[in-house]
Design a protein around this ligand. Structure first.
Ligand SMILES: [Ca+2]
Length: 143
């Protein structure tokens, strides 16, 4: 399922979960990559879209997005090598603990189901849904 949201096309892959590397490979195989969110606008529009269509999410899994601090703990980068903005409004907070909070055990970014899809760090080997991003042109070709 491709959804045009704002200036981008997103693919919410809800058939089965992947670890972060598998999710990225899945997106690559369709000519895209895991989602990168450079602006407050992109983030807000996408999260609003997820909330509005949440009836289609079959369970409580989160979405992998294209951010990681693997290799340099605490230095978060998007898969396009842009640094990730930290803090509000992108990253979540649970009971006063600000994300990312997982240290060296959690090195992959996800839109976290149980925190209204704010960004949390997660264990890269755990399962979540792939959330892929495409340029509009490449999707038109693909379809
Ligand atoms: Ca980490």
């Amino acid at each position: 399922m491709f959804d045009e949201v704002g200036d981008f096309c997103y693919h919410f892959h809800l058939n089965y979960t992947h670890n972060w590397d598998e999710a990225r490979m899945y997106c690559h195989n369709l000519g895209g990559d895991l989602v990168v969110l450079h602006s407050c606008d992109e983030f807000g529009v996408l999260v609003r879209h997820i909330h509005m269509t949440s009836q289609e999410v079959p369970d409580r899994f989160s979405y992998w997005v294209g951010g990681t601090d693997r290799g340099d703990e605490g230095a978060w980068f998007w898969v396009d090598n842009q640094p990730m903005a930290m803090g509000v409004p992108f990253w979540g907070e649970v009971e006063g603990v600000h994300e990312p909070s997982g240290g060296e055990t959690q090195n992959c970014a996800q839109l976290y189901h149980d925190d209204r899809y704010y960004i949390h760090d997660g264990e890269c080997d755990k399962g979540a849904y792939a959330l892929c991003q495409y340029g509009v042109d490449s999707v038109m070709e693909f379809l």
